[in-house]
Design a protein around this ligand. Structure first.
Ligand code: FAD
Length: 312
């Protein structure tokens, strides 16, 4: 058994494991895909101390740092399917794996991340990182002065459109429903901006490109059934971030209505000895530096828990 088991090998989980290993705890990392969302990320320009890096390179750096710690046992391609929490403080939690193995630890740090909900239209996958983007904080500056669309008229879509309108040349917001669902104050702000068009009742049917980069999108006017094309250079898909917490549904861990693991300011969940960090939690703002900070915080909380609760 481990003293600490980290489930998830993205920036949050890795930061947590570095901290617990340096406290001398035998730490396991079980990760379905080491690096997490970093594997899908091209340029990263908002990680303080690193002017520019790329997701796969940062993943390699994290892996080297993990492997340099004797106290960490990295299990890649290891998918958790069930959590059985300890019955008393200091007891062993169990994480059941898809391959039938059962991993045990006195403290858990859950950092299984999230995934952007995809539109599922032709062109979206082909032009991912070539004009199709999911994170305005990350990729907005790459479209300075250009025309982009934001798909989705909920709070995240409208916030993204407001954010982008200050950076890019022109923003078209495309909403499937008859009206935007974002808070009124956000809608008012968006409508006050001169370089924004809002399309409602519009179903995006395709993202087009020239073979190298995005050059437009096609939408169907749901009232008339007519198809229209918008010429642009970028498409930000903002139809939801889904936490990877399906495997926790039958455990007693508290999840928000969006499926995020509910944590307090110390990264503690409702279950003693079970902590969580990063995009799978209720932490506001899902970013690499935020997940790393949360991971280190959860690790220090796990340390605090372990020194206060004798093994039973
Ligand atoms: P993740 O990175 O999602 O990692 C989750 C880990 O858990 C993975 O190892 C995954 O395989 C594993 N996992 C999931 N389910 C299970 C399971 N059941 N059992 C075991 N393991 C499991 N942020 C920035 O700050 N700057 C950027 O420039 C930037 N660009 C981005 C570009 C793209 C295309 C995307 C998708 C995201 C971008 N982000 C960026 C966001 C950033 O990647 C995330 O905020 C960050 O990776 C979250 O870290 P995490 O450790 O919480 O989760």
């Amino acid at each position: 058994p481990f003293e600490v088991l980290v489930v998830g090998g993205g920036p949050g989980g890795v930061a947590a494991s570095i901290y617990t290993a340096r406290k001398g705890f035998r730490t396991g990392i079980a990760a379905e895909r080491f690096g997490g969302q970093l594997n899908d990320t091209l340029g990263i320009e908002n990680l303080p101390g690193t002017e520019y890096t790329e997701g796969p390179k940062l993943t390699t750096n994290l892996e080297q740092q993990v492997k340099a710690q004797d106290a960490i046992d990295l299990m890649n391609l290891a998918t958790a399917s069930k959590l059985v929490p300890a019955t008393q403080p200091g007891g062993m939690h169990e994480v059941h794996m898809e391959n039938g193995a059962v991993l045990k630890a006195r403290s858990l740090i859950l950092s299984t991340g999230a995934r952007w909900r995809a539109l599922g239209v032709p062109g979206e996958q082909d032009y991912r990182n070539k004009g199709v983007a999911y994170c305005p904080h990350c990729d907005g500056p790459l479209f300075k002065g250009k025309s982009v669309a934001v798909i989705g008229g909920g709070n995240s879509g409208v916030e993204a459109a407001i954010d982008l309108a200050g950076i890019v040349g022109h923003v078209t917001l495309v909403e499937f429903d008859k009206e935007l669902r974002a808070d009124k104050v956000l809608q008012d702000k968006l409508r006050s901006m001169s370089n924004v068009d809002i399309l409602v009742n519009a179903q995006t049917t395709e993202i087009t490109g020239d073979g190298n980069r995005v050059n437009g999108l096609v939408y169907k006017d749901r009232a008339s059934g007519d198809e229209h094309t918008v010429e642009l250079e970028g498409v930000f898909v903002q139809i939801g971030l889904v936490p990877n917490t399906e495997w926790l549904k039958d455990s007693d861990i508290e999840l928000s209505k969006h499926g995020e693991i509910v944590i307090d300011g110390k990264g503690a969940t409702n279950l003693p000895g079970v902590f969580a960090a990063g995009d799978c939690t209720t932490v506001p703002y899902k970013q690499i530096v935020v997940a790393m900070g949360a991971g280190s915080k959860a690790a220090l909380s796990a340390f605090d828990y372990l020194i206060r609760n004798e093994a039973v």
